[in-house]
Design a protein around this ligand. Structure first.
Ligand code: ZN
Ligand code: ZN
Length: 355
């Protein structure tokens, strides 16, 4: 593959100031690959990192955001023999250090050496350069081959599906015959609906706010839509003091959503928090604690669940195409971020195509 000396990349110069610059194409190290980026999806985390740096984040002036991307292998290091130049791939964010107590147990998204490059940790688009660029370097352990039947834009969303799958895995993962309620009609909620159905849930409720997104939830397999503008999900689902749903997935990150999630499970039911609240949340946990209920959280898309997401896509058990509402070129990244952030413009996932 013909690799140019320079490429265009989106560099964060200072808080909220993102600039397209011409910089040298990075070279892969022995265990790394160079990916020609075809699609990189915008995530709310990008907006947060562009305005306020997180611990361990690559410094402003050099920082290239973008952690949800896919592309083609353009070059590879001398130790990489499991993948070929020209292969189509999607990536996950987290490469654990491999040496801390959590990584040694396989929990690499919770690496205790987060941000410590010297000890081998990296998270592309966070602690190292990411995918809002024409080329990006990834450690081979963060790369998944995707078949021709999976588009690059769909491939850019595998971290979203991997996060849902990781949450489902750590919270039990056996949903056959269960009543599952999904709170939040954004990307993680819509993916949760599909995967809960795929895994055999009896009834999947979508508790949402936006008519357009709730319609998509219906198309993707939600059995019952609860519009919080009209109905109270707690009244509908908490049918008795000890009855309720088996599993509540909170994917909105809102305080109201989290309160609802904690109220609707039956005794010994479970709650999974996928959405991250912006601030403090107050909730009455008396009934939650009394009812032997379980609360789970996730960090990223661990336990190689991005690979499992590729398998679901390949086998047509999951579709991400309908979540992609807007596409932009790299030079229009600022516009893409605006669309993602806009309350007026209806978007679910916005992707940028740098090549
Ligand atoms: Zn993300
Ligand atoms: Zn580690």
């Amino acid at each position: 593959m013909n690799i140019p000396a320079d490429m265009y990349a989106a560099v964060v110069k200072s808080p909220k100031k993102l600039q397209i610059e011409k910089i040298p194409v990075p070279l892969p190290g022995p265990d790394e690959v160079l990916i020609k980026v075809e699609s990189c999806a915008v995530c709310s985390t990008d907006l947060s990192l562009i305005s306020t740096p997180a611990p361990g984040q690559q410094e402003f002036g050099r920082f290239i955001p973008g952690h949800e991307y896919s592309g083609t292998i353009a070059a590879k290091g001398e130790c990489v023999d499991e993948i070929e130049i020209g292969d189509r791939v999607a990536v996950e964010v987290h490469k654990g250090c491999g040496r801390c107590a959590n990584c040694r147990k396989g929990l690499y998204t919770c690496c205790l050496n987060w941000g410590n490059l010297k000890r081998g940790h990296r998270a592309n688009g966070m602690t190292t350069s990411g995918g809002f660029a024409q080329y990006a370097v990834n450690h081979i352990s963060t790369v998944y081959k995707i078949p021709d039947s999976v588009s690059f834009d769909e491939g850019s969303l595998i971290t979203n599906a991997g996060c849902v799958l990781y949450g489902f895995e750590i919270s039990g993962g056996y949903f056959v015959g269960d009543q599952v309620a999904v709170i939040g009609d954004g990307p993680l909620g819509l993916i949760s609906v599909q995967i809960a159905k795929t895994l055999g849930a009896d009834t999947v409720y979508m508790i949402g706010l936006d008519n357009y997104k709730m319609d998509i939830a219906k198309e993707l397999g939600a059995d019952i839509i609860i519009d919080v503008k009209k109905d109270d999900p707690v009244k509908l689902l908490k049918t008795s003091f000890n009855l309720g749903v088996d599993f509540a997935v909170e994917a909105s990150g809102s305080e109201a959503g989290i309160r609802t999630a904690l109220k609707i499970p039956k005794w010994a039911g479970k709650v999974l928090l996928l959405g991250i609240p912006a601030g403090e949340v107050t909730a009455d946990l008396k009934e939650f604690a009394r009812g032997n209920k379980y609360l789970f959280t996730v960090r990223g898309e661990g336990l190689t669940n991005c690979g499992k997401a590729v398998s679901l896509l390949k086998n047509k058990k999951l579709s991400l195409e309908s979540l992609i509402t807007h596409r932009f070129r790299l030079e229009d990244l600022n516009k893409a971020l605006e669309v993602h952030n806009s309350a007026e413009i209806k978007s679910i996932k916005v992707v940028v195509n740098p090549s």
